[in-house]
Design a protein around this ligand. Structure first.
Ligand code: NAP
Length: 281
């Protein structure tokens, strides 16, 4: 083994379509750091073995993705407060000799909202999965937002999430069109509309989007979803998932290396990659 090169790992199954290797390897190369980011397809029962390789010296840290974000908690020494609140880990790093789990989706979600005034703005979150949990925890830290409403296809799951996190009110899907009218920020935390050529929208056609809305779709492929397209056509302010993806990666990068991610270089690499893959059909 070449001990001069350090590694960071992506642990998940599947891992093939992740943009994380491109993001981190671009950043390591740009900063001339002798670190390689490697995807590891982890089979059932293998997770602990890979987590134990993280020592902060040769293996600096890891990202964790589907389906291991929760189960990995059992193999860690510590969780950050954020990871504990979300109940899921997407990044592991060594802190004072202890394997520590963090969730960088929370700061990733907040990054594109930093310059917006959200004081008193009511928020509608669509979905009740891992991303929705991170969004709710993030909104709890975003001082001054108004009412937070959650709509998901499984009302009981949405209710349980709100109860568990102590934030938000879950209501039935039938109330979606009326809720849109009372909402300033709409966050899509479902995969509806995700994937090349997918033209689905999580909002019904009768949902009335206006120039007063901020529509934030966490999906990053395609870079403009149908929801974003419709919102833009109504002159709403539109945010896509790419800045969040990069910001959550930048937060992990900082934990592993202590360095700021060169975000401009990473954005260029991702845009080139997405353009090449969309023109490849
Ligand atoms: P997840 O844990 O599987 O949760 C997905 C949520 O959407 C669940 O509430 C699920 O309902 C619901 N859902 C799934 N299919 C649906 C459908 N056809 N109609 C209505 N609701 C549906 O997934 P996640 O990790 O939260 O990710 C959600 C989205 O956020 C994905 O598109 C992901 O790419 C994106 N994301 C982006 C970033 C970023 O950095 N930009 C970070 C994290 C996630 P059930 O529970 O009933 O299945």
């Amino acid at each position: 083994m070449n001990t001069d090169v350090q590694t960071c790992l992506l642990l998940g199954n599947p891992v093939g379509h992740s943009l994380s290797p491109l993001i981190h390897n671009t950043a390591f190369l740009h900063l001339n750091l002798p670190v390689k980011y490697k995807s590891v397809l982890v089979e059932t029962g293998e997770l602990e073995k890979f987590v134990r390789q993280i020592d902060g010296t040769t293996v600096l840290g890891a990202n964790v993705t589907i389906p291991y974000k929760q189960v990995v908690i059992g193999f860690l020494d510590d969780l950050t407060e954020v990871a504990r609140s979300v109940g899921a880990v997407n990044s592991i790093f060594m802190k004072e000799g202890r394997l520590t789990g963090h969730n960088t989706d929370v700061e990733g979600f907040l990054a594109p909202l930093r310059d917006l005034v959200l004081e008193g703005v009511n928020v509608l979150v669509l979905g009740a999965g891992g991303a929705a949990r991170a969004v709710l925890v993030a909104l709890r830290h975003h001082a001054g937002v108004g009412d937070i409403t959650v709509i998901a296809r499984d009302l009981n799951k949405a209710r349980a999430m709100c109860r568990d996190l102590g934030i938000g009110l879950a209501i039935p899907t039938a109330e979606l069109p009326d809720t849109v009218l009372k909402t300033g920020l709409i966050v899509n935390a479902t995969p509806v509309g995700m994937g090349k050529g997918n033209d689905a929208s999580p909002l019904p056609v009768d949902a009335r989007l206006t120039p007063g809305h901020i529509v934030y779709d966490l999906i990053y492929v395609p870079s403009e979803t149908r929801l974003m397209r419709v919102a833009r056509s109504r002159n709403a302010r539109v945010l896509g998932g790419l800045p969040m993806l990069i910001a959550q990666a930048a937060a992990a990068f900082k934990l592993w290396t202590g360095r700021e991610m060169p975000v401009g270089a990473v954005e260029r690499a991702i845009n080139e990659h997405l353009q090449a893959s969309s023109s490849a059909g």
